[in-house]
Design a protein around this ligand. Structure first.
Ligand code: ADP
Ligand code: MG
Length: 268
């Protein structure tokens, strides 16, 4: 059993404090949904946990089984068992999916002998067209294909914890169902020698949670968790909107636009 513990996390970007003290504990096999309006700090939370450059942490810790991830570069956080499915997956021209996975397996000391077969089996399971497996990573894929591709990587790498930043954005209903069911399966079934996946699922909408059943729902407003409950909290949100939790104030800033440029990739 692994534990991801976020304690008193305060962080800023571009001189502006966005996270104002976040506390969260996720254990293996659990699904925690973090819901919040635009600009609440959801993507910032995922970026700070994973070590995206440009963010300053002022206080707090992010502990993976007691080890403070904030002291590690991004690649070591991934190696330690963290995985992020980003809201807008990057296109990486010239790098194939299997090449990227082979590097990731090698970094984890895993054999790549049966990688091609594993990729093919997982592609079939998630309904990712086999004809697209030879493309450069995410290049010229539709929104749904990108998220299937990202979910395929998540399933094969079998991390301890996954952060899904709006897995549901840019997806049609079928892709949403396939991706969220695959993640749900990973939370219920441990890989050989491993543990079931723990998930922090960031989303605006309840529809993701109809397939990916959260054990706990947290509402993030202005960089703080203002409410925590069970799945019924997401239902309440669907009914009443965020206004009940934001005190009637307008939503935060407009969401940053999609980017697919290489400079958006995490530092290695
Ligand atoms: P959410 O994902 O909840 O919509 P974000 O975490 O993306 O919110 O953004 C929270 C706030 O931080 C917003 O006001 C956004 O404009 C700001 N922000 C995020 N990233 C940057 C950045 N790189 N530079 C400046 N402001 C940023
Ligand atoms: Mg976001």
């Amino acid at each position: 059993m692994s534990t991801l513990e976020i304690k008193g996390l305060v962080a800023s970007v571009a001189g502006k404090q966005i996270l104002n003290g976040i506390d969260l504990v996720v254990r293996s096999g659990e699904v925690h949904a973090v819901m919040g309006p635009n600009g609440a700090g959801k993507s910032t939370l995922s970026a700070v946990i994973m070590g995206k450059p440009g963010y300053t942490v002022h206080a707090g810790e992010v502990l993976l089984d007691g080890v403070n991830l904030l002291d590690l570069p991004a690649w070591q956080r991934a190696k330690a068992g963290m995985h992020l499915v980003r809201q807008y997956p990057s296109e990486v021209p010239g790098v194939g999916l299997t090449d990227m996975l082979a590097e990731a397996y090698a970094a984890r000391g895993r054999s790549t002998d049966s990688l091609a077969a594993e990729v093919a089996a997982e592609a079939e399971r998630i309904h990712f067209p086999v004809a697209l497996l030879d493309r450069s990573l995410n290049v010229d894929l539709s929104g749904g294909e990108k998220k299937r591709n990202e979910t395929l990587q998540l399933a094969l790498l079998a991390p301890k914890f996954a952060i899904l930043d709006e897995l549901d954005s840019g997806l049609d209903i079928d892709a949403l169902r396939d991706c969220s069911r695959r993640v749900e399966d990973a939370t219920n079934t441990a890989p050989p020698g491993g543990q079931p996946l723990g998930v922090l699922a960031i989303t605006h909408y309840n529809r993701l949670l109809e397939e990916l059943h959260p054990d706990h729902v947290h509402i993030l407003v202005k960089g703080r968790i203002v409410a925590t409950g069970g799945p019924e909290l997401a239902d309440q949100l669907e009914r009443d909107g965020y206004e009940a939790f934001t005190g009637g104030e307008p939503e935060g800033a407009v969401e940053a636009p999609a980017t697919s440029s290489l400079d958006d990739l995490f530092a290695l």
